[in-house]
Design a protein around this ligand. Sequence first.
Ligand code: GDP
Length: 472
Amino acid sequence: LASLMDVSYAEVIGKCMGLGMMVSINQRLDAEVIELVASEFGYNVEFIGVDDADSMDEEEIVDDPEDLKPRPPIVTIMGHVDHGKTSLLDYIRSANVVGGEAGGITQHIGAYTVDLPSQKKIAFLDTPGHEAFTAMRARGAKVTDIAVIVIAADDAVMPQTKEAISHAQAAGVPMIFAINKIDKDGANPQKIYEQLAGMNILVEEWGGKFQSQELSAKSGLNVDLLLEKILLEAELLELKANPDREANGSVIEASLDKGRGYVATVLVQNGTLKQGDLVVSGQYFGRIKAMFNERNKRLEAAPPSTPVLILGLNGAPQAGETFRVFEDESEAKEVANRRAQILREQGIRTKKHITLDEIGRRLALGNFKQLNLIIKGDVDGSVEALSDSLIKLSTEEIAVNVVHKAVGAITESDVLLATASDAILIGFNVRASSQAARLAENEGVEIKTYSIIYNAIEEIKSAMEGMLEPKV
Ligand code: GDP
């Protein structure tokens, strides 16, 4: 950068320090910082080509609309503990296999496909819960088309139900409600609908837009109706992909298997993945030696929305990492190696998250439109009051958006949501659990705690006015 601008490297480092970044001479700067530093020297930066290894993910090959074919929806099941997520996944897994393969799922590979009698398919992610969902999202994967929120009809909308709803909303994923355990005495679906209405979520039965289905995951009653509603939602979403191109998608899970080497379950999101394809995922690459579905059946090709277990990568990429097929072996190697190098240089943190004193910098760059916040507090009243006051700080330039608010300590799940939504975490009279604090440190998520509402409002207000002094 220094030589491009014809200044000394010491001047560039000096500017970086002035912006609050301790950098060394051989460190990579991210695009935002480059823009900012260059503007300090009076330059405008234009990024060209695909020289940056990370741009591989963004390099969208745009499909001709004529090549797009409908693809099955990919569904995640979320909800409060013990409300029946696992039971529902298990029932669907074992009950809806056509062609005499009932009970035929022989291995948990992290996702599975059900073939419905209507010839249609649905792919389910097999790790229930919003933590898994958001952890994947935090690493860049957007793998869920529809979220099914399970709520036990003999219980109530619980804290994790609310979390699941916030996580789905933050991801912009449509929700369908599964009102479970209706076989039980004391099941009262109307009470659940009422509680949802209290959160501004109206189910269709109550004149709203959200589909819901009363069912029993244990006996299987009405589960078929839920699947139909999923297909209906999928139709509205017009989910499409181009099966006639090289594949890309996301890693669901990966590990080292004693007998088979590195195995990874990937979800094909566009294109068709074939045996023999050269795949790059994160810093790893390799040719696919073999592919299997969840019934341990060997596949030659996996079209869009298919989860498959692949053999042949030279390492285990993280869940949520994206993958892409390359034609050219040396290009694939180069991309993987360059990423490995970046990881070595910078640690695993690849993305800089928003902090209060980062707001001023982003404002200066002129592309900062929305400040996302997650608010946790000791009592409902103060959470609501703080949330209302902070939303009112919204200006024409920046909208303040509360992604999630709840009573209780700051948890790992909150940090994941902050990572995925690029949000600042605010604790009012509550602290972060030690695991949450560690995760926040690793992910570069800022946690601010306050015990006086006025202080919280004032500090965020000054940050939004670009008034906070950058900390060096
Ligand atoms: P998860 O924590 O959300 O995955 O919940 P589980 O699927 O593990 O279910 C928690 C408990 O509720 C288990 O004992 C299940 O057998 C029971 N359960 C789940 N669904 C139903 C249902 O529809 N009816 C009844 N009676 N029990 C259910």
